[in-house]
Design a protein around this ligand. Structure first.
Ligand SMILES: Cc1cc2nc3c(=O)[nH]c(=O)nc-3n(C[C@H](O)[C@H](O)[C@H](O)COP(=O)(O)OP(=O)(O)OC[C@H]3O[C@@H](n4cnc5c(N)ncnc54)[C@H](O)[C@@H]3O)c2cc1C
Length: 403
């Protein structure tokens, strides 16, 4: 009976194990470094697990070789992924954005379904607290070494994930194991992560959420624009719209700035006339109330501070020139970017083991026959919204077929 070793009991590894075990000929051994399988999965989607997205397509993925993702996504598309989970008992709901969650709103449900399926399978054995330290080529097979044992495998699937979420088990092991077998990797960057910026204004605004259009730029060019919710933190900015441009910030080595437009539905002329109107209608109010009712109170006052308005004045004393500056600041509040919060807080690793060294139709190594890889360890990262787990399911499913 062929012995199949799967290294890593995360999303991709569990999917690969269950797929490989569908062939009753295979004996599957799943090695997991941590005390339990699927630890990171429990923290996904803020504990709700955004397991996939109905709008999944290769356009939502990034890689040095972006064409690599297509075959796996086609071989196990979202519809089949959802059916696969349904057949194993998971009930899901889909939000308007296409994001799919378990109906229970609990990531536990997704992990339970995987865990119970593994428990029920007669040909999967799980070894937890068993970090794989070495994979060696031996004749036509491999020796997989942990502290406790040396295991002979005919085929090996590396599903160790990436460096993101280091507190949840993100490690470099997958890269090291694959590099020891002759593979190479790209540089690694944290992505889907908070940006750190100059802290004067974020500190004042800590906890405030706002809807904005975001522009990330260097002195030479605009790198990316996004729209949506921004949350201010002690060290910078977070929230879905920030996550969307964090990859571009993370991989750039230029000095960057983030510009926030808090009134994206209005052009600058409209904002100016609105402010003139407010001043003329409410002349006796303190100047610090100018943006009350327009923006979150703390944000409004911070913008007045940002343009150095003397808030001891009354509204009537604010000049047209000052109103122009305030209108410009509402639509162009600029924060110098320092970097990102790093791998601890990141949801995914941008970069990884080079996809060009693997066959996209099988996930098998082009360098070492019988060696496969799936999930985040490869140089593939997806946008925020369920795309990274879909990549783990799809590539894990394809690798598990052991074609
Ligand atoms: C906080 C957070 C929230 C997220 N939310 C979402 C979301 O809602 N939707 C989404 O699509 N994506 C989300 N992601 C991303 C997603 O979780 C990952 O992209 C996905 O889990 C990658 O799957 P994987 O199987 O490749 O790696 P992982 O799920 O990380 O699994 C890898 C496993 O390998 C094990 N391992 C590592 N080295 C060894 C070794 N030497 N020996 C044995 N085992 C080893 C690890 O312990 C781990 O269990 C989130 C990530 C984080 C950190």
């Amino acid at each position: 009976m062929p012995e199949i070793a799967i290294i890593g009991g995360g999303a991709g590894g569990m999917m690969a194990a269950l797929t490989a075990a569908e062939n009753p000929e295979n004996r599957v051994r799943l090695f997991e470094r941590q005390a339990r399988v699927g630890r990171k999965l429990l923290s996904t989607g803020n504990g709700r697990c955004n397991l996939t997205n109905l709008n999944c397509s290769p356009a939502h993925y990034h890689s040095e070789t972006p064409e690599f993702v297509g075959s796996a996504l086609e071989a196990f598309p979202v519809s089949e992924t959802l059916q696969w989970f349904r057949e194993r008992g998971l009930v899901t709901v889909t939000e308007d954005s296409g994001r799919v969650y378990p109906l229970s709103n609990s990531a536990n449900s997704v992990l339970d379904v995987l865990r119970l399926s593994i428990e029920q399978s007669e040909n999967i054995t799980v070894s937890t607290a068993a970090p794989v330290l070495e994979i060696k080529r031996t004749g036509t097979g491999f020796t997989v070494k942990t502290e406790q044992e040396s295991f002979h495998a005919d085929k090996v699937i590396v599903a160790c994930g990436g460096m993101a979420g280091s507190k949840l088990g993100g490690v470099k092991d997958g890269y090291t194991l694959l590099q020891s077998l002759g593979h190479s990797r790209t540089s690694l960057h944290p992505a889907l992560v908070q940006l750190t910026t100059e802290t004067e204004y974020p500190k004042r605004l800590k906890g405030v959420r706002a809807d904005a259009r975001l522009t990330l730029s260097s002195s030479r060019k605009t790198l990316m624009r996004t729209e949506g919710e921004v949350q201010f933190t002690e060290k910078g900015v977070s929230g879905p719209a920030v996550f969307d441009l964090s990859r571009a910030a993370s991989v750039s080595d230029e000095k960057l700035q983030l510009t926030l437009d808090f009134l994206r539905e209005y052009n600058i002329k409209d904002v100016f006339s609105m402010l003139v109107n407010r001043r003329d209608r409410l002349p006796g109010l303190p100047a610090e109330e100018l943006l009350t009712g327009v923006l979150h109170n703390r944000l409004g006052r911070t913008i007045l501070h940002y343009v150095n308005l003397d808030t001891k004045k009354t509204m009537a004393q604010i000049t047209d020139m000052e109103l122009k500056d305030i209108a410009r600041a509402c639509k162009g509040f600029t924060l110098p970017v320092k970097g990102t919060e790093g791998f601890d807080s990141a949801q995914v690793t941008a970069g990884g083991v080079k996809c060009s060294e693997f066959d996209p139709n099988t996930m098998e190594s082009k360098l070492v026959p019988g060696l496969y890889a799936c999930g985040e360890v490869l140089d593939v990262d997806g946008d925020c919204g369920g795309f990274n787990l879909q990549w783990a399911w799809a590539s894990g499913h394809l690798a598990g077929r052991l074609l």
